[in-house]
Design a protein around this ligand. Structure first.
Ligand code: PLP
Ligand code: SF4
Length: 491
C-alpha cells in the first residue's frame, strides 16, 4: 500500500542528508483522508529513494571548507560574501580547498588551466557543494574546474564558435538567426565560468589560448542592437543572454527591459542567467536586483507581454534549500522560470541523474525546457556524449513526469542551423558518429553535421578517424546516405 500514515511519517523522518523534507505538513484534510479505508494499490510501493528529489540540502554545507567553517547562514546568504569569495585564480583555490582536496589535484588543475578556453570562476556556493573527497567524479567540479588528467583530444571538427553566431550577427552582440526571435548579448561576464560554454569565443576574458570577442556592458554600445530590433518588425522574441543577466546592475536590467518593452512588436523577453544554479542567494539577498526583475515582469504583463527568466541547472547537486527558497520567492512574485541544461558526461548523462534533475526542478516550479546536445566547442571533448546516447536517454525520460516539465532534447546544429530535435536527423551513422540535419526554418538550402566524440565510437569507427585523409570521404558518404546531396553542407 502506498502512502500509509506510517509511510508519510517515515518519509518525513528519512533524509540522506539528515534534514527535514519540505513537502509534508500535516493538516486536517490529510488526516481525515488517511482515516478512510485506503483503496487497493495497482502500483508497486515507492521507496524514499524514488522521492529523493523532494529533499533539499538544508545543513550548513559550506562549513566543510576550512575558511568558511565559522561563516553563519546570514553571512553565506549575503551576495557580497559570494562575490568577494568567488574563486578566480588557482591561488585562491589552493587557499580555500588546498587542505581538503586529494593530493595532486591542484597541480592537475594548474595544468588543466593552461589549455582551457575558459577562465576560472567558481562561487563559494558551488565550491562548497563539491565533494572534495572525490572531486574527480563530482558533477560540479566537472563543469567548472578543468583538470589535465581527464583531457581528451579534441575531435578535428571542434571550434570555439561552433554555432557560427558571429556569422549571424547584424551588429556585435546580437544574433538574428531565426525569423522572429533574436539573441541579445549585452555583456560577456558571468558569476561563474563553465568549461563548456558555447560562447567560449567571447565569454569570460582572454585565456592563455584564446583571445576573445568582447561584448561591452555599456548602454551606449547596446543602442545599435536596440535600433536593429526596432527596425525589424518581425522580431517578437528577445533572448537576453551573454554573459549573464545576473551581472547586470539593476538600472541596466531596467534599461534593457524598458527599452525592449517599448518596441511595439517585441512581445516576449527572456532574461537568461546561470545565477539561480550557482548563486541562488542573490535572489533572496540582492533585493534591488530581484525587485528590478519583478518590476520589468509586472510592467510587461500589464502591457500584455511575457517576460520570463531562463536558467541553467545541469545537476541536482546544484540545488539546495537556498535554491528552493529563491525559486519559491520568484514563483510567488509570478515569475515564470524555465531551465535549459547541457547534456554533460559525468554530470547528467544517465537516466537516474536526469530524472532526478527534472523532478527536482519541477518540484520547485522551474520548467525543464531544453536539454542540449553538447556543442562542438574546443577543449570540451571529455564532456560530450554521442547522439545515439542522447536519443536513448530521451526515450527513457519522456513520460516520467508531466509533459510540460519534460525537456526537449535538442542539437544546436553546428555552423548555425539552429536547434533541432536531436532525433530528427536525416541520417546517423553510429560507427562514424556523423549525424546529418536539415533546418528548413533557418536555411532550406543547407545541411548541418554533428560529430560524436571519437572515444564513444566502436573500435572500427575510431580507426576510420585515425587517418586524416579519410575524413572528407566519411563526411561525403554520410551526406550521400542522407539523400540530400543537392543541399550545401555547412562544415
Ligand atoms: C536558442 C536561440 C534562440 C531562442 O530559441 P528558442 O528555441 O525559442 O528557445 C534565439 N536565437 C538564437 C540565436 C538562439 O541560439
Ligand atoms: S553561465 Fe552561460 S554564458 Fe556564462 S560561462 Fe556558463 S554557459 Fe557560458
Amino acid at each position: 500500500m502506498h502512502y500509509t500514515k506510517e509511510e508519510i511519517n517515515s518519509m518525513a523522518a528519512a533524509n540522506t542528508f539528515g534534514e527535514l523534507p519540505v513537502s509534508i505538513t500535516k493538516n486536517e484534510n490529510l488526516e481525515n483522508l488517511l482515516k478512510l479505508d485506503l483503496p487497493e494499490a495497482i502500483k508497486d510501493p515507492v521507496s524514499n529513494d524514488d522521492l529523493y528529489h523532494r529533499y533539499f540540502v538544508k545543513n550548513a554545507f559550506w562549513h566543510k571548507i576550512p575558511a568558511f567553517a565559522s561563516i553563519t547562514e546570514e553571512e553565506f546568504l549575503d551576495v557580497k560574501f559570494q562575490n568577494k569569495n568567488t574563486v578566480r585564480k588557482v591561488e585562491k583555490l589552493i587557499e580555500l580547498v588546498g587542505e581538503i582536496a586529494p593530493g595532486g589535484f591542484i597541480d592537475d588543475v594548474k595544468e588543466g588551466m593552461e589549455l582551457a578556453p575558459m577562465n576560472l570562476s567558481i562561487s563559494p556556493y558551488i565550491l562548497s557543494l563539491i565533494d572534495w573527497n572525490d572531486p574527480y567524479h563530482d558533477p560540479l567540479r566537472i563543469q567548472f574546474i578543468p583538470v589535465n588528467s581527464r583531457r581528451v583530444a579534441d575531435h578535428p571538427k571542434l571550434t570555439l564558435d561552433s554555432l557560427g553566431e558571429q556569422g549571424d550577427s547584424p551588429v556585435p552582440g546580437l544574433v538574428h538567426r531565426y525569423f522572429d526571435k533574436v539573441l541579445f548579448l549585452p555583456l560577456d561576464v558571468c558569476p561563474v565560468y563553465c568549461r563548456f560554454c558555447t560562447r567560449s569565443y567571447a565569454i569570460g576574458g582572454n585565456t592563455e589560448t584564446v583571445d576573445k570577442v568582447k561584448f561591452t556592458n555599456a548602454p551606449q554600445k547596446w543602442n545599435d542592437a536596440f535600433a536593429y530590433i526596432a527596425s525589424r518588425p518581425e522580431i517578437e522574441d528577445v533572448v537576453i543572454s551573454g554573459g549573464d543577466a545576473y551581472m547586470l546592475a539593476p538600472d541596466r536590467l531596467r534599461l534593457i527591459g524598458n527599452t525592449l518593452l517599448d518596441i511595439p512588436h517585441v512581445r516576449r523577453m527572456r532574461f537568461a542567467t546561470k545565477g539561480p544554479a550557482v548563486m541562488p542567494m542573490k535572489i533572496l539577498s540582492d533585493q534591488k536586483w530581484t525587485d528590478a526583475l519583478v518590476e520589468i515582469v509586472d510592467k510587461g504583463r500589464k502591457m500584455g507581454k511575457e517576460v520570463v527568466l531562463h536558467t541553467h541547472f545541469n545537476s541536482p547537486n546544484e540545488i539546495s534549500d537556498i535554491t528552493r527558497r529563491a525559486m519559491l520567492h520568484l514563483f510567488k512574485k509570478g515569475i515564470t522560470v524555465r531551465n535549459q541544461s547541457v547534456l554533460i558526461k559525468g554530470v547528467n548523462d544517465t537516466a537516474e541523474k536526469m530524472i532526478h534533475l527534472i523532478r527536482k526542478l519541477s518540484y520547485m516550479n522551474v520548467q525543464p525546457y531544453y536539454v542540449y546536445q553538447h556543442d562542438m566547442v574546443s577543449g570540451t571533448e571529455d564532456l560530450r556524449t554521442s547522439v545515439g546516447q542522447t536519443v536513448e536517454l530521451e526515450k527513457v525520460i519522456r513520460g516520467v513526469t508531466a509533459g510540460f516539465n519534460t525537456p526537449l532534447f535538442v542539437t544546436d546544429a553546428p555552423g548555425g542551423g539552429g536547434k533541432r530535435d536531436v532525433h530528427s536527423y536525416d541520417y546517423y551513422d553510429e560507427t562514424t558518429g556523423i549525424s546529418v540535419y536539415r533546418s528548413p526554418s533557418v536555411d532550406d538550402s543547407k545541411l548541418y553535421i554533428y560529430f560524436d566524440p571519437i572515444d564513444t565510437l566502436p573500435a572500427s569507427g575510431q580507426k576510420l578517424w585515425e587517418d586524416e585523409s579519410l575524413h572528407e570521404e566519411l563526411i561525403n558518404n554520410a551526406i550521400k546516405s542522407s539523400g540530400f546531396t543537392s543541399l550545401t553542407p555547412v562544415l
